[in-house]
Each structure stands twice: as structure tokens, then as C-alpha cells.
Design a binder for this molecule. Structure first.
Ligand code: HEC
Length: 118
């Protein structure tokens, strides 16, 4: 094996190692999530998470924020069709907008969490 090949192999191993050991979904970036929230989600959840639509969680009050990121991702991906929703409201998958990838989901969740007022 040539030195050059060894170097390429070592670089590849390093890249894979960085990828594998970066915790998935850790630390979404709220600034990146804001735009998606404003364009897709705010029609129901309201700008800065304040809405008066019955049956829609108010993120500025921290509603549902006791759930884990994984649980919230599941709801955003699949939507929520809750028979006990007080107003019969349904959340469509991805809020009816384009499919969000893992990073975009983490970012939008970080943004939602940042909306909670004390
Ligand atoms: C058409 C209205 C609508 C849109 C658009 C919408 N939602 Fe929702 N969302 C709802 C309703 C209604 C619920 C409550 C469902 C229930 O009864 O649990 C909900 C619940 C949620 C929850 C809580 C889920 C849980 O597990 O308790 C999250 C998080 C959420 N929405 C995020 C989003 C995000 C992010 C977007 C944009 C990508 C979005 N929503 C767009 C209506 C909407």
C-alpha cells in the first residue's frame, strides 16, 4: 500500500468517526428553525407561538414542551390525529408543508422550545 493510499484511508476513517460520534439531533439551531416555523407552522401555531385557535397548543406557554425531542419529531413527521382534541383539530404531517429532514426537525423544535415565556 502506498503512503498516499494510507493517508486517504486514514482521512476516510476520521470523517466516518466524526459523523458517527456526533450525537444525532443534539442541539438544533433555533435561528435556522425560525424561517420554517414562520412559513409553515405559524398559520396554526401563531407567530412567536401565540395562537387563539382552539385545540392548537400554545408554544409561548410551553405547552407540550415536557415531551422529548424524539416524541415531538414523531408528531411533526406523522402529524397528530388526536380523538380527544378539544376542538377536533388535526395536525397534518409536517404541518402540511414540505418534508423536513432530521436537521430541519431539530432546528424547528429548538425554535419552538425557545418561544416559551417564563
Ligand atoms: C393546520 C394546523 C397546524 C399546522 C399548520 C401545524 N400544526 Fe402543529 N399542531 C396542530 C394541532 C391541532 C396540534 C395538537 C394536536 C393534538 O390534539 O394533540 C398540534 C401539535 C403540535 C405539536 C405537539 C405534538 C405533541 O406530540 O404533543 C408540535 C410539536 C407541533 N404541532 C409542531 C408543529 C410544527 C413544527 C409545524 C410546522 C412544520 C406545525 N406544528 C404546523 C396544528 C397545526
Amino acid at each position: 500500500m502506498t503512503t498516499k493510499n494510507l493517508f486517504i484511508q486514514a482521512s476516510l476513517i476520521l470523517i466516518v468517526a466524526i459523523f458517527v460520534y456526533t450525537p444525532a439531533g443534539a442541539g438544533g439551531n433555533p435561528a435556522d428553525g425560525e424561517q420554517a416555523f414562520e412559513s409553515i407552522c405559524s398559520s396554526c401555531h401563531g407567530a412567536i407561538g401565540i395562537t387563539e385557535i382552539p385545540g392548537v397548543p400554545v408554544f409561548s406557554n410551553g405547552e407540550r414542551m415536557d415531551k422529548t425531542d424524539e416524541q415531538l419529531k414523531h408528531s411533526i413527521r406523522n402529524g397528530v390525529n388526536n380523538p380527544d382534541n378539544p376542538a377536533g383539530m388535526v395536525m397534518p404531517p409536517f404541518g402540511g408543508g414540505p418534508v423536513l429532514n432530521e436537521k430541519q426537525l431539530s432546528d424547528v423544535i429548538a425554535y419552538i422550545r425557545s418561544l416559551k415565556k417564563n
